[in-house]
Ligand binder design. Structure first.
Ligand SMILES: NC(=O)C1=CN([C@@H]2O[C@H](COP(=O)(O)OP(=O)(O)OC[C@H]3O[C@@H](n4cnc5c(N)ncnc54)[C@H](O)[C@@H]3O)[C@@H](O)[C@H]2O)[C@@H](O)CC1
Ligand SMILES: [K+]
Length: 486
């Protein structure tokens, strides 16, 4: 399971490791790894032009030592010294190897630009001249390799407060940093290369984790010989209204494709007609009153897509939430809960699946602040509301109390289209009904949904129905990856 850490966690581990090693060993390991990645990108190192952007700390030191190694292999290496001071020993090694100092104009001639401005020691938005150099590097024609963290990205949170380097490759030292996995930071990273500097034994419990194919395949339930549809999990779906019918069709579709043993759909006349036409597999209860008394036993509910937010919807939500099984709350039901927090007073578990706008209503926080600080707000919602939170968006994160947040690594920008959230609630709901807890159902649901999105899109537009359709292919892909040697 890939793990990531805050800057403070990394520093503490580095101190413990450094105490056991001769001075300079870690930086030497870091620089060797960085130089090897740069050499791989350059192909033939001899005769190429490399430009280092050097800040005042050890991040610049890494870059200078790596630059010295590349100069030793015949590259023409220049450094722009951006800080009031420079890592002395690194600069000396760089000069000894034939490296020279240049002005920012040299950026345009470089085949490869190494961003050694700041790493885990940065605080706040990049100051000048760093900010200007970061933007010039992004505009220059050469490949950009970030050392440890793209400068301008907060290593611990992924927040980007101003200008930031957008790298093609980020070479990170010792362990992944949380900010490399969470947007907006994650979108500045490019390919992520992890250099082993021996930090492993000194690392604490991770700040965040991201699941792999193998992890998700291991968490999913598979039908056994004695399974029947009831044992495979019955999901109730309370969704749709006479005004919004599509959401119900998509949520039921997501649930069926993700392997629910049975889906019991409840709703008013219009969506019932649509669901019946599209999904003859669903068992349907048409509601004239907002009640679930006539619905048979279910192991979990999905509540909310297209439900509406009037009195009828409120009453149905109250009835579903009064049940004693896990409930996934999405879309309109999140609006209902934001207006009436008492609905959340229940003993069985709750998984909420908001996007930033829905979470802003639940927390009374600014939407832009949530987009900028996804982790912090997902954690806060889990703590304040006592629920598991799946915060949707460019990086989906799943938070629950007292466990490292799970950051979803699948997905594609093509998923940002109407109805995909309804499919996700069906997929995660099916996993809840199969007996996964809210945290596993949310994180595996997001993972499968993202993977299905990639399969469905294949670099072209998709519809929400395509995503539901691709869920079985996503599950097969997990199986294939889990079988092959790792
Ligand atoms: N500590 C270690 O043993 C190792 C550290 N390594 C490298 O060292 C880095 C950390 O080095 P440092 O702790 O020296 O910190 P950094 O080099 O990340 O940055 C600190 C310097 O940047 C300046 N700075 C901070 N915020 C700024 C801003 N917003 N705009 C402009 N300047 C700003 C500070 O004044 C300080 O001089 C890691 O990211 C990694 O690259 C690696 O060599 C591995 C080993
Ligand atoms: K950097």
């Amino acid at each position: 399971m890939p793990t990531a850490y805050t800057a403070d966690q990394i520093r503490t581990a580095e101190r413990a490791l450094m105490a056991r090693l001769p001075d300079g060993t870690l930086m030497d390991r870091a620089a060797a790894g960085l130089a090897a990645v740069c050499a791989g990108l350059l192909g033939k190192v001899y005769g190429t032009r490399v430009l280092l952007l050097i800040g005042s700390g050890d991040n610049g030191g890494d870059a200078l030592y790596a630059g010295a190694r590349l100069a030793g292999r015949g590259a023409r290496v220049e450094a722009v010294l951006a800080g009031a001071k420079t890592h002395e020993a690194g600069l000396e090694a760089f000069r000894r190897a034939g490296g020279t100092i240049a002005g920012p104009d040299a950026l345009d001639q470089a085949d490869l630009i190494v961003d050694g401005l700041v790493g885990i020691g940065a605080t706040g938005a990049l100051r000048e001249p760093y900010a200007r150099l970061a933007e010039a590097a992004n505009a220059a024609p050469g490949l950009v390799v970030a050392v440890d963290v793209p400068s301008g990205v907060d290593a611990s949170t992924g927040q980007v407060a101003g200008a930031a380097v957008a790298a093609q490759v980020t070479v990170t030292m010792g362990a992944r940093k949380t900010g490399l996995l969470v947007d907006p930071g994650a979108s500045h990273v490019g390919e992520l290369e992890l250099i082993d500097i021996g930090l492993g034994p000194y690392l604490p419990d991770p700040d965040v984790v991201s699941l792999s194919h193998h992890d998700v395949y291991g968490l999913l339930k598979r039908p056994m010989g004695e399974s029947d549809k009831y044992r495979r999990g019955v999901l109730g779906v309370a969704a749709g209204s006479d005004r919004y019918t599509g959401a119900a069709v998509l949520a039921v579709g997501g649930a069926l494709r993700a392997g629910a043993g049975m889906v019991r759909y409840v709703g008013p006349g219009e969506p019932v007609t649509q669901v019946r036409a599209r999904w003859p597999e669903a068992v349907i209860t048409e509601l004239s009153e907002p009640s679930i008394d006539e619905v048979g036993r279910v192991q979990a509910w999905v509540l909310g897509p297209g439900l509406g937010t009037g009195d009828w919807a409120h009453e149905l939500a109250a009835r579903v939430l009064a049940s004693d099984v896990p409930v996934l709350i999405d879309a309109d039901a999140l609006t209902l809960v934001a207006g009436d927090r008492a609905l959340l007073r229940r003993t069985a578990p709750v998984l909420i699946t908001p996007h930033a706008g829905e979470l802003s209503r639940l927390l009374g926080a600014d939407r832009a602040a949530i987009e900028a600080g996804r982790l912090e707000h997902a954690r806060r919602a889990a703590a304040e509301l006592g629920v598991t939170v799946l915060l949707k968006g460019s990086t989906t994160v799943v938070a629950t109390r007292d466990l490292p947040v799970r950051v979803n690594g699948t997905g594609t920008a093509w998923l940002a289209t109407g109805g995909t959230g309804d499919v996700l609630s069906g997929v995660a709901g099916a996993l809840l009904a199969q007996g996964l807890d809210c945290f596993d159902a949310g994180s595996c649901g997001a993972y499968l949904h993202g993977l299905a999105g990639r399969i469905a899109a294949d670099d072209a537009p998709l519809t929400a129905a395509d995503v539901a359709e691709a869920v079985p292919a996503a599950i097969r892909m997990l199986r294939g990856a889990s079988r092959s040697p790792r």
